[in-house]
Design a protein around this ligand. Structure first.
Ligand SMILES: [Zn+2]
Ligand SMILES: [Zn+2]
Ligand SMILES: [Zn+2]
Length: 328
């Protein structure tokens, strides 16, 4: 596989004629403590109440990105391509096979949030890597790969398209107004209230105004920080509130659908200069980390076929009202 850049949209795509590797099915869960199939551990958080670990990062058994090599871009005429340098990890959220983010203790979820923040911070030390994505696919139709409660991490030598659009938009907004667009969004949502699902401590969940899918939710902090990992590791006392709000938001969404995608959007790696984004001059002020949750509704699957214009037959206002009324 290799990465190719679309010269029109400037997006990188993963492509090639390799037969895609699939994870061979295991008789027993490979990620449960004591599993015979030894996993390659990268780091772990110490266990709670006698458990061997509380959250753990391991190398993905069929990783898309690999750490070895040089990420040099090469040109072929007008086209750019580069090898799949990076990292691909499985972040185990809990040692227990049946404790998902919506039915775990807040202390357990907090350990998972701290582990993911540590992984992002560690990987940002590698100057080759531009962006670290943390995401979770859960349920039918989501692309979920394993049964054990987990999220995934990819570290890439490019910034994924959606994150890059956001970064460019935040930079443009800041250039015009000298304010963070997310801080302005939080202020307006708190003021209007109609799209708010829940406020907990300094965090809020709301349905975004231009929702891409029915019941889409964003979780963010009302205080400004550009990097999820810096915030999480420096404000440890507030992470428990974030854990509780994440758990409660997922419980509300699960009253509507089981399946969802979740992604953490944090700032890119500043060690890697970016010509297209003004070398991060105002990044700390213009970008604001957040979590996006995109529920998958089989009955509304038409919405996902609209690749160019998102189509959501449930408005953000109706979605927020229904999620507020759901018992988390
Ligand atoms: Zn398991
Ligand atoms: Zn902000
Ligand atoms: Zn985002």
């Amino acid at each position: 596989m290799e990465l190719r850049k679309d010269p029109l949209t400037r997006s990188w795509v993963l492509t090639g004629d390799d037969i895609p590797e699939t994870v061979r099915p295991a008789a027993q869960c490979r990620f449960c403590p004591g599993a015979p199939d030894e996993v390659h551990q990268i780091s772990s958080r110490s266990g709670l109440q006698g458990a061997p670990w509380s959250a753990r990062a391991v190398v993905h058994p069929v990783a898309i990105y690999h750490v070895e090599g040089s990420p040099d871009r090469r040109g072929a005429g007008l086209y750019d391509h580069m090898p799949t340098i990076g990292a691909h990890e499985v972040l185990l959220e809990n040692p227990k096979h049946d404790r998902d983010l919506w039915n775990a203790d807040d202390a357990e979820i907090e350990q998972f949030l701290l582990l993911s923040a540590q992984r992002v911070q560690d990987l940002k030390g590698d100057v080759r890597l531009r962006y670290i994505s943390i995401y979770k696919n859960y349920g039918p139709g989501s692309g979920q790969e394993f049964e054990h409660p987990h999220s995934e991490l990819t570290a890439t030598t490019f910034i994924p398209r959606r994150a890059l659009y956001e970064l460019r938009a935040c930079l443009d907004y800041f250039k015009q107004k000298e304010r963070c667009v997310f801080c302005d969004m939080v202020a307006q949502e708190m003021n209007q209230g109609e799209r708010i699902v829940e406020v907990r401590g300094d965090f809020l969940t709301f349905c975004p105004y231009a929702t891409r899918a029915p019941y889409e939710c964003w979780i963010m902090s009302s205080t400004h920080d550009s990097a999820y990992e810096d915030f999480t590791l420096s404000q440890a006392g507030r992470v428990r509130d974030l854990a509780a709000l994440l758990r409660r938001t997922l419980r509300r969404i699960r009253t509507i659908t089981e399946s969802f995608h979740l992604v953490v959007h944090t700032s890119p790696n500043k060690l890697h200069a970016s010509a297209s984004l003004g070398y991060w001059k105002t990044l700390d002020d213009d970008y604001h980390w957040h979590i996006e949750i995109l529920p998958i509704l089989p009955s509304k699957s038409k919405s996902y076929t609209f690749k160019e214009v998102y189509y959501s037959p449930v408005s953000a206002e109706s979605a927020a009202q229904r999620l507020r009324e759901a018992a988390p």
